[in-house]
Design a protein around this ligand. Structure first.
Ligand SMILES: [Zn+2]
Ligand SMILES: [Zn+2]
Length: 122
C-alpha cells in the first residue's frame, strides 16, 4: 500500500514540474499584450489639454489657448506624467483634466491676476 503511493508520487512529480514551462509563455503573452497599451500613450498640450497620439502631430497644430493669444502659436507638449488630477503650478487649483484646468484664468498668474490660464505642474 505505502509502496504503491510512493510510486504514484514519483510518477506525479514530473508532471507538476512540467506544468511551469507551460505557464511561463502565457505570462509572456500577457506582457506582450500590455505593450500596445503603452504605445497608445497620448501626448497632451500644456496650454489647452488637447491630446494627440504623437508629439509631431500635437505640435503641428495651432493652440487656441496659447499664452501669446488664441492660435498665435502651436500646442506645447505637456512633459509631466498623466495624473488622476492636475494641479496649477501658480495657485494649486486642481482639476481632473488638463483641458478643464487650463480653461480657467489663474488668480496668481505671473503676468497678473487672471491675465492667463492655470498652468499644470509637471
Ligand atoms: Zn494647446
Ligand atoms: Zn492657477
Amino acid at each position: 500500500m505505502f509502496r504503491h503511493l510512493f510510486l504514484l508520487g514519483i510518477f506525479l512529480l514530473p508532471l507538476h514540474s512540467n506544468a511551469n514551462p507551460i505557464n511561463q509563455p502565457v505570462t509572456n503573452q500577457k506582457q506582450q499584450l500590455n505593450q500596445p497599451k503603452n504605445t497608445m500613450t497620448q501626448y497632451s498640450c500644456e496650454y489647452c489639454g488637447t491630446k494627440s497620439s504623437s508629439i509631431s502631430s500635437l505640435t503641428a497644430a495651432a493652440c487656441p489657448r496659447h499664452p501669446n493669444g488664441p492660435l498665435k502659436g502651436k500646442h506645447k507638449l505637456y512633459e509631466g506624467s498623466q495624473k488622476a488630477s492636475y494641479s496649477c503650478k501658480y495657485c494649486g487649483t486642481s482639476s481632473s483634466s488638463l483641458s478643464s484646468l487650463t480653461a480657467a484664468a489663474c488668480p496668481r498668474h505671473p503676468s497678473g491676476p487672471l491675465k492667463g490660464k492655470h498652468a499644470p505642474a509637471l
